[in-house]
Design a protein. Structure first.
Length: 91
């Protein structure tokens, strides 16, 4: 995907915020731990990185649920297949 640096940074901030929220509210991490987990999941990638932003192909909710419950979370926890209204309100 071709995007400007501002668009990339906006997406990166948004996904980090969502991931940290899920890790705090569903994963039991405190705010500092949740933020650190988000930074690890969504590191800054330079604009010449070959797969820059590939992690954005699924929303932060999905990646956080995989981290918390594993790859089969949708089967084992079907109630978590869709993001919660509180998560979506982060907007």
């Amino acid at each position: 995907m071709m995007w400007s640096e501002a668009e990339y940074l906006g997406c990166l901030r948004s996904e980090r915020r969502g991931y940290a929220w899920v890790m705090q509210h569903h994963g039991g991490l405190n705010p500092a731990e949740a933020q650190e987990a988000a930074l690890e999941q969504y590191p800054y990638e330079p604009d010449d990185a070959p797969y820059r932003g590939l992690v954005f192909h699924d929303e932060a909710w999905h990646w956080a649920m995989v981290a918390i419950h594993g790859d089969r979370y949708m089967v084992e926890h079907p109630e978590l297949a869709d993001s919660s209204p509180d998560y979506r309100a982060l907007g």
